[in-house]
Structures are given as structure tokens and as C-alpha cells.
Write a protein that binds this ligand. Structure first.
Ligand SMILES: Nc1ncnc2c1ncn2[C@@H]1O[C@H](COP(=O)(O)OP(=O)(O)OP(=O)(O)O)[C@@H](O)[C@H]1O
Length: 393
């Protein structure tokens, strides 16, 4: 029988808006027919409102079963589930699911429905007026970084994997549910896209403060996204439930140490985020501005590059002064390969992004993809050096 594990007392992430509710699982068990051992064996777990909690553990240990019992896609054999003050164990599952957003691998979009129809499904079921649904769709596309004009009338197959996943997140958030469940949400996309989507999720969560429970196979992802991580063993036995920092510093059992991996010191870098660096301000210019003026301002500031912003203040390119000098006005050209990272990106991510680009740095995006500054390879190297010294000392 697993012991009761209250929410650990470490302080939550820096104060942010909380729109989520706490989740309490009480002695929850799931026995599948014909199996001798329960897939989930008497689990008690408290998840605090507004936190992101990551479920990790070996294949078949019961993570997905536990997750799906929260929105009753799987019915518990016994035990109770509370959302906020409410016992939802016997609540009508359809009603329950409207209060719990659910994101699965590859977005899980309906292929025959346009993006807008996919996103607007739950609000329409809830009887929202047409105008309100339409506005909500555009608002959400904007939130997940997709231009509504360009994407709302497309079919899922006309989107990249990463874009489909973004729409999946938008759809899950449509009716503004307090809880978001995610099952390997970024498992099906390439590493660079995954990193971007993780950054977006951090940014969105920073704005919204939902209660998020997310299953992942990737311990680095758990460290990056989680306010806390639950490490499970077979039967969804909770081996450790703590902040990423605490788990990396002191794995509870040898089993967790093995799971965390030999590179734990290096993983500490995954804990250091771009927002902890002192970001460099940079010369910017808007589309249509006089190029000579931008060059003069950059020279005066000692910058070799100019970050070009679109009319919504989002960076679209990062030309050198030599390139800008050849122009009359700043063009609207979007550089598809612009190296960008989010404020929540880890130093590992930032380094990966920079190594694939020519500028020796990356543009840092803040809220709604606005420019937060620039991070350079030198800044990352300095930070790595400091982390090494602290770990050694
Ligand atoms: N519908 C089912 N019928 C019978 N057994 C099941 C069913 N679904 C899952 N199981 C079993 O329950 C256990 C837990 O499965 P679950 O999918 O929850 O694990 P998991 O930790 O999410 O695994 P993975 O990481 O591989 O996705 C496994 O032993 C699995 O074989």
C-alpha cells in the first residue's frame, strides 16, 4: 500500500496568476480485467492549483492509466478523485471533461474539421454564442503563436506536426478549463520543434496558471516543464514527488538515480533558464523604417546586428549591419531560420538553437512572442562556467 504523500513544502514557482484548481487522488486503484496485478495500486496524490506536475517512470508503470482516471477516460476500480472542493468520482464524465482540457500526441485533431471547428468544438457544445466562439478561436490561435488569418480555415493535414500540436493545445484550452492533462504531448515532433513547443507551453502557463498534469518519457522534459515531478514505479507506486531541483540533488532511491541518469550534473544546466541571465538589449527597427537610421543607431550602441520587428512587435529577422546598409527601408521579409528561444528555455536548448545559426546568439521572445532581448554564446558559456564552479565548490 502506498503512503499518503502530501504536496511537498518547497515553494511554488514565482508568483503567477493561478486559474487552476487543486487535484486530489485518494487511494485510487485500477485493476484491468484479466490482470493479476493492479495497473495503479492505491495511489494518493495531491496536486496544487496552478502547478505543472510531470509523471515519469518506466514503461507500463501506470502513468497513463492514472492520468486518464483524472478525466475518467478510464474508470477507477476504487478510490476518490477531487477537483477543487468537489468530489468528481461519480460526476457525469462528459460534464467532467468539459472542465478538463486534454492534449495527446500529434494533437489528436479531427482530420475532417478545419482548425477553427476543431478549436471551437467544446465552446459550441457548451452553447456559447457564435460571435463569442469565433473571438475565442482567434484569441487562442494568437495565444499558441499561430496567425488566425492564416490558419483558422486550414485542415489539420495542411499543418506541420508542431502546428497541429499547437492547435491541439488551443483546443484543450478553448473553454478555459482549470485543469489540463497532457499525455506525451510533444512525443511525435522533431527535437527543435519540441523545444519550441515546450517553450510555448511555459509561456502560456506563465500567463494562465492552469493545473497541468503531463506524462512524459523524457526526464529532461520533466525537469524543464515541471514545477514538480512524480517518479513512479510499477503499479504507479510513488517513489519520489518533489521539485526537479530536489530530485536531481537527492534522488530518493537508487532506482530514481538510475532513471535520472549519469549526467545529473549536466542536467543541472537544464534547470538554468534564459530568464535568469542578464539579457542584452539590442537595436531594433520596424518594417518600413529608414535603413540608414537603423544602421546609425546600431553603430552608436555598438551592435553588429539589427532585430527587425513586425507591426505587432514580433522579431522576424536579424540582419547584420552590412546587410542593412544595402537597403533603403527595412523589409518585411521573415527569416524562417531566425534563432529564437523563449524566456523559459533552458541553457541547453539555447545552446542547441545557437549552434544551428550564424549569428552567434539567439533572439529571446517574451509574452506573445514580443522581443525580450538577445542571448549570446558568451553569456551561456559564462553561465555554464559559474554552474560548474558552484557544483565543484
Ligand atoms: N486496457 C487495458 N487492459 C489491460 N491491461 C492494460 C490496459 N491498459 C493498460 N494495461 C496495463 O496496465 C499497465 C499500465 O499501463 P499504462 O499504459 O498506464 O502504463 P504507462 O506507464 O503509461 O506506460 P507507457 O509509458 O509505456 O505508456 C501495463 O502493464 C499495461 O499493460
Amino acid at each position: 500500500m502506498s503512503e499518503t504523500l502530501p504536496v511537498p513544502s518547497a515553494p511554488p514557482a514565482p508568483a503567477r496568476r493561478v486559474s487552476g484548481v487543486p487535484i486530489r487522488l485518494e487511494h485510487v486503484t485500477k485493476r484491468y480485467p484479466g490482470q493479476d496485478r493492479p495497473a495503479v495500486d492505491d495511489v494518493t496524490l495531491d496536486i496544487a492549483a496552478g502547478e505543472t506536475v510531470m509523471f515519469v517512470g518506466p514503461s507500463g508503470c501506470g502513468k497513463t492509466t492514472l492520468l486518464k482516471m483524472i478525466n475518467r477516460l478510464i474508470e477507477p476500480t476504487s478510490g476518490r478523485i477531487h477537483l477543487g472542493d468537489e468530489d468528481v468520482t461519480n460526476q457525469d464524465p462528459d460534464r467532467l471533461r468539459r472542465r478538463i482540457g486534454y492534449v495527446i500526441q500529434a494533437g489528436g485533431l479531427f482530420p475532417h474539421m478545419m482548425v477553427a471547428t476543431n478549436i471551437g468544438m467544446v465552446p459550441r457544445m457548451l452553447g456559447w454564442e457564435k460571435q463569442r466562439v469565433t473571438e475565442r478561436i482567434d484569441e487562442l490561435l494568437d495565444l499558441v503563436g499561430l496567425d488566425p488569418e492564416q490558419y483558422r480555415d486550414r485542415y489539420p493535414k495542411e499543418l506541420s506536426g508542431g502546428q497541429q500540436q499547437r492547435v491541439g493545445v488551443a483546443r484543450a484550452l478553448a473553454a478555459d478549463p482549470p485543469v489540463l492533462l497532457m499525455d506525451e504531448p510533444f512525443g511525435a515532433v522533431d527535437p527543435i520543434t519540441r523545444q519550441r513547443l515546450q517553450d510555448e507551453l511555459l509561456r502560456i502557463q506563465d500567463e494562465l496558471g492552469k493545473t497541468i498534469v503531463c506524462v512524459t518519457h523524457d526526464f529532461d522534459e520533466a525537469v524543464k516543464l515541471g514545477d514538480r515531478i512524480v517518479v513512479f514505479d510499477v503499479g504507479a507506486r510513488i517513489v519520489q514527488y518533489d521539485t526537479p531541483e530536489a530530485i536531481l540533488a537527492a534522488p530518493a532511491e537508487e532506482y530514481v538515480a538510475d532513471f535520472v541518469g549519469a549526467g545529473a550534473t549536466l542536467k543541472q544546466l537544464t534547470l538554468t533558464r534564459v530568464n535568469s541571465l542578464h539579457l542584452r538589449p539590442v537595436t531594433t527597427a520596424s518594417v518600413g523604417d529608414d535603413a540608414a537610421d537603423a544602421v546609425a543607431r546600431a553603430r552608436a550602441a555598438g551592435d553588429d546586428f539589427v532585430v527587425v520587428l513586425d507591426r505587432r512587435g514580433r522579431p522576424i529577422s536579424w540582419p547584420t549591419l552590412a546587410e542593412v546598409s544595402r537597403m533603403a527601408a527595412i523589409p518585411a521579409t521573415v527569416d524562417e531560420k531566425l534563432p529564437v528561444v523563449g524566456l523559459g528555455s533552458t541553457l541547453n536548448d539555447a545552446l542547441d538553437t545557437m549552434l544551428a545559426a550564424s549569428q552567434g546568439g539567439a533572439v529571446v521572445l517574451g509574452r506573445r512572442d514580443s522581443l525580450a532581448g538577445v542571448v549570446t554564446i558568451e553569456m551561456i558559456m559564462d553561465a555554464i562556467q559559474r554552474t560548474r564552479q558552484e557544483t565543484a565548490g
